[in-house]
Ligand binder design. Structure first.
Ligand SMILES: NC(=O)c1ccc[n+]([C@@H]2O[C@H](COP(=O)([O-])OP(=O)(O)OC[C@H]3O[C@@H](n4cnc5c(N)ncnc54)[C@H](O)[C@@H]3O)[C@@H](O)[C@H]2O)c1
Length: 359
């Protein structure tokens, strides 16, 4: 079987996570890597034994024969790198969030369609065992009509600094960075309903207190210093998303809540409420009525579900499968565009104090 020749664009934290999953897939050859930071690029390429290394995406696309690209760069460069790769005839996996704006996201999707190429979004939580078990419950009718969901992702340690706190590179704080995960997952599990309006309140508290903590976020970008780095993003937000089918989602996200749920790596709370049952994706508790009694059931052996694949591994393997075998993608560009519209609406609502219609 011909191997998929993949280029990895962006050799930072998530680039490292992705490459180890490609290395574990026997149908992939990492044919080139690219990063604008030559020092990081060389360190990464040496570690992973990759000859073809570039500091310019265009130069890489012009020099190497490739089938696919994986875009793992700052949010501000998702559109530029993705569009260049699609126009070079490659299938693309792009990390979340899709882009900085809904217009950019739409242009990325249009470019994929124009070139007849796949544009998959790295919505990794769709690929976790918890999500796949939830989907199984939903598909078999155990939740009934899901009319309300909670989408929570809260951290306590503060903004990590670096590009995360610089709006010109990130597009925003926890709404676009981590809120995007439960927002996408709950919408996906509800069957991707059409959003009609959003309302959001954002806070800008605790940046300084968190920067002065004596312990640090373990995964902060190399060289980041929250005490010195520019910080012009929100620190927390709460939002409501209303869908056309009458369902709603309550979003809560933060980098810096004084809250026991939150840890350095994130306190999640993804809960689905349906007419036949409720499901908490973090505790894997299922709630329903049996024989006129309220019953709480714990789903066991979550880690042993199906092929027991961890999220990033399942995501990368799915992308490779879609590229090589034409398998239908479960995380397509059209979903990324809708999520970008919701994110943009949340920011507009937080800024104006008004509900925003999603068109
Ligand atoms: N799915 C997840 O759970 C998850 C987790 C972490 C990060 N991410 C996403 O991955 C992306 C990268 O995050 P990170 O934490 O790896 O950041 P990072 O700073 O560690 O790495 C990003 C790299 O991209 C490079 N870069 C920036 N613009 C570029 C361009 N135009 N061309 C080539 N290289 C460029 C930077 O030099 C840097 O080395 C972000 O979009 C982030 O939202 C997703």
């Amino acid at each position: 079987m011909k191997k998929l020749r993949v280029a990895l664009i962006g050799t930072g934290n998530i680039g490292e996570t992705h490459i180890t999953r490609y290395e574990a897939n026997p149908n992939v050859e990492i044919a080139a890597v690219c990063d604008i930071d030559a020092e990081k690029l060389n360190k990464f390429a040496d570690k992973h034994n990759i000859e073809a290394r570039f500091t310019s995406v265009d130069e890489m696309l012009a020099s190497v024969e490739l089938d696919a690209a994986d875009v793992c760069v700052w949010n501000c460069s998702h559109a530029e790198c993705t569009i260049a790769a699609l126009n070079a005839g490659l299938n693309v996996l792009c990390e979340k969030p899709m882009a900085m704006t809904a217009a950019e996201a739409q242009e990325m999707k249009d470019t994929a369609d124009k070139n007849g190429k796949l544009l998959m979004l790295g919505f990794v939580t769709r690929f976790s065992n918890q999500s796949r078990i939830a989907k199984d419950f939903i598909d078999n009718g155990y939740l009934g009509n899901i009319y309300y969901t909670k989408a929570t992702y809260v951290r306590r340690h503060g903004n990590p600094g670096g590009w995360f706190s610089d709006k010109s590179r990130s597009g925003g704080g926890p709404i676009i960075d981590i809120g995007v995960h439960p927002l996408d997952l709950t919408r996906y599990l509800m069957g991707n309903p059409k959003p009609v309006s959003v309302y959001c309140v954002a806070a800008n508290e605790l940046h300084e207190d968190r920067a002065n903590l004596k312990t640090h976020v373990g995964w902060a970008p190399e060289g980041a210093d929250p005490k010195k780095d520019v910080c012009d993003v929100e620190s927390s937000a709460v939002g409501i998303i209303r869908y056309e089918n009458g369902a709603s989602t309550l979003l809560e996200c933060s980098y810096s809540l004084h809250d026991g749920r939150s840890t350095q790596d994130g306190g999640n709370g993804r809960i689905l409420y349906g007419t036949k049952g409720g499901l908490n994706l973090d505790t894997m508790m299922y709630y329903t009525d049996v024989n006129g009694f309220m019953v709480n059931s714990e789903i066991k052996d979550v880690d042993n579900y199906n092929e027991a694949k961890e999220g990033f591994r399942a995501e990368i393997d799915h992308f490779v499968d879609c590229c090589l075998n034409g398998t239908k993608c479960i995380s397509p560009a059209e979903d990324g565009v809708v999520i970008m519209k919701i994110l943009e609406g949340l920011y507009e609502s937080a800024r104006t104090g008004k509900s925003v219609d999603i068109i």
